[in-house]
Design a protein around this ligand. Structure first.
Ligand code: FAD
Ligand code: NAI
Length: 484
């Protein structure tokens, strides 16, 4: 696929070439085109069926398909477990996994084709194939049919993303030992599913298959559950996941896995010694690493840090004139929205416009049930910084809307500075936490105090009132819960 550039000086020369059309690269390309620059965006992604698409990990094998399955499986689970409480009688609820997967694929197809339409409307030249930066801002482009040509640009943006981290003791062996992409494409519900790594993928995909009936065992190396999150929030989340039947084993070091027939035997050691668990499928989800294979020639001057990330400054400049890098291939959290904002910032800076990223207020969301979301510092981080602080919490049990939804687990929590009341962190575990956190992000972006939130009118009855009441609770002025 290719569409015409806005104002190319020649077919192979552009103001901006973006390598990678994931959630970092494609917004960079679109914003650059909006800034009246001629733009090409190159991407080599191929799906398992061989189709070449834009959208990167996020749209094809990450955020979007995982959320589609999380939604379907949550509905299935609720139809089984919760509808009766609402007085809804259902008989013969059945699972049609093929249809569930088909719906997921349809969403992915619509979203990835949407990028083709967005490129066309913006005047971005989309190119399917491999891009490799050469010295002097030349880019060698190898199309999927093997044909090769050299493009040139005033600016090049590297947005090559990341790939699953392999575990040397437990190499991928599809279909038995798979990465997250494989775990999104199971054609049957595994009777027993093992996951190595209790991070975001372990929890989200563990939840998907648990809801469909798998016995799910998650093996985590660290002793603490969700060690990077606020620990009050982590404790509540763990309680809920255990109730759902997720078998989470922390402080466990995997030593290997062998496949025999349809079984995977996993061995690990924990405080009690050597352990064994037998599963039908094993997902390795121990993090992702930057992907820069054959992305640039050695003499371009682009440098990698010791962990393989492309070295950049706070504005995503690589240090090589007019070469930028954004998204998962550079430092910072590996999140689609972080990459998107970097892409927009870079495209605006290239056009000599204002561009800035506020790395302190990037929201994190885990799309389990209950959802988990936060922004800013955890209580533990604030305590460690030595800054005096106060906290306020509000339980969803006291929310009329949460009761109506029959989803009363969890709470909203705000950490604010004691001296000037500035909001330092907001942590939510509960229904639609991922939507609720947007208010906290905006508040923190504007350096709001908890009193600013206290004095903001929230509609009743909404889940957002939990954030309002948590802010009131910071000063022990909650109306709808007992102030402690
Ligand atoms: P990518 O999306 O990886 O895109 C990079 C693109 O560059 C790819 O298409 C690749 O083929 C292409 N490419 C690489 N090298 C070259 C080259 N030399 N030439 C041409 N093309 C090249 N994040 C969230 O914020 N929310 C979520 O809910 C979420 N869920 C996730 C669920 C899963 C299962 C996974 C695996 C990830 C999830 N993520 C989520 C993370 C998110 O997918 C990444 O942070 C995001 O995709 C990074 O965007 P990117 O553009 O930097 O890289
Ligand atoms: P992760 O970093 O979230 O979690 C990996 C977990 O594996 C950690 O808890 C780590 O301690 C553990 N681990 C590492 N080595 C181990 C070992 N040898 N044995 C056992 N446990 C081990 O990484 P994950 O879940 O693979 O996801 C990758 C990235 O994708 C995330 O960091 C996130 O950036 C992104 N993502 C975001 C989502 C979202 O925003 N909702 C959803 C899914 C992924």
């Amino acid at each position: 696929m290719s569409s015409d550039p806005k104002s190319p000086s020649s077919a192979d020369s552009f103001d901006v070439i973006v390598i990678g059309a994931g959630p970092a690269g494609y917004p960079a390309a679109i914003r650059a085109a909006q800034n009246k620059l001629s733009v090409a965006c190159i991407d080599e992604w191929k799906n398992h069926d061989g189709t070449a698409t834009f959208g990167g990990t996020c749209l094809n094998a990450g955020c979007i398909p995982s959320k589609a399955l999380l939604e379907s499986t949550e509905l299935y689970h609720r139809a089984h477990e919760e509808f009766a409480v609402h007085g809804i009688k259902l008989e013969g609820i059945g699972l049609d996994l093929a249809q569930m997967q088909k719906r997921k694929s349809g969403i992915v197809r619509a979203m990835t084709q949407g990028i083709v339409a967005l490129f066309k409307a913006a005047g971005v030249t989309g190119l399917h194939g491999h891009g490799r930066l050469l010295p002097g801002r030349k880019v060698e482009f190898t199309a999927h049919d093997g044909s090769r040509r050299t493009l040139s640009a005033r600016h090049v943006v590297l947005a090559s993303g990341s790939a699953p981290m392999p575990l040397s003791s437990t190499p991928f062996k599809p279909p038995h030992i798979v990465d997250s992409w494989g775990a999104l494409e199971f054609e049957a519900v595994p009777k027993r599913l093992g996951v190595i790594g209790c991070g975001v993928i372990g929890l989200e995909l563990g939840s998907v298959w648990r809801r469909l009936g798998s016995e799910v065992v998650i093996i985590e190396a660290l002793p603490d559950f969700l060690a990077f999150a606020d620990q009050q929030l982590a404790r509540e989340a763990l309680r809920q996941f255990k109730k759902q039947g997720l078998d989470i084993r922390t402080g466990a070091k995997v030593s290997g896995a062998t496949v025999s027939g349809n079984a995977v035997e996993v061995t690990y050691s924990d405080a009690k010694g050597e352990q064994r668990v037998s599963v039908e499928r094993l997902v390795v989800a121990i993090g992702r690493r930057p992907y820069t294979k054959d992305l640039f020639a050695p003499d371009t001057g682009v440098q990698l840090d010791e962990r393989g990330f492309i070295k950049v400054d706070e504005h995503c400049r690589t240090g090589v004139e007019n070469v930028w890098a954004i998204g998962d291939c550079v430092r910072g959290p590996m999140l689609a929205h972080k990459g998107k904002e970097e892409g927009v910032m870079v495209a605006d800076l290239i056009a000599a416009r204002y561009g800035e990223m506020n790395y302190k207020v990037i929201p994190f969301v885990i799309y389990t049930a209950p959802e988990i979301a936060w922004v800013g510092l955890t209580e533990e981080q604030v305590k460690a910084s030595g800054r005096d602080y106060k906290t306020g919490t509000f339980p969803f049990l006291a929310s009329g809307r949460a009761r109506a939804l029959e989803q009363t687990q969890g709470f909203a929590k705000i950490v604010a500075a004691r001296n000037d009341d500035e909001i330092l962190g907001v942590h939510i575990v509960g229904p639609f936490a991922g939507e609720l956190i947007a208010e906290a992000v905006l508040a923190m972006e504007y350096s709001a105090s908890s009193e600013d939130l206290q004095r903001t009118i929230h509609a009743h009855p909404t889940l957002a009132e939990a954030v309002h009441e948590a802010a009131l609770s910071v000063d022990k002025r909650s109306i709808d819960s007992i102030n402690r």
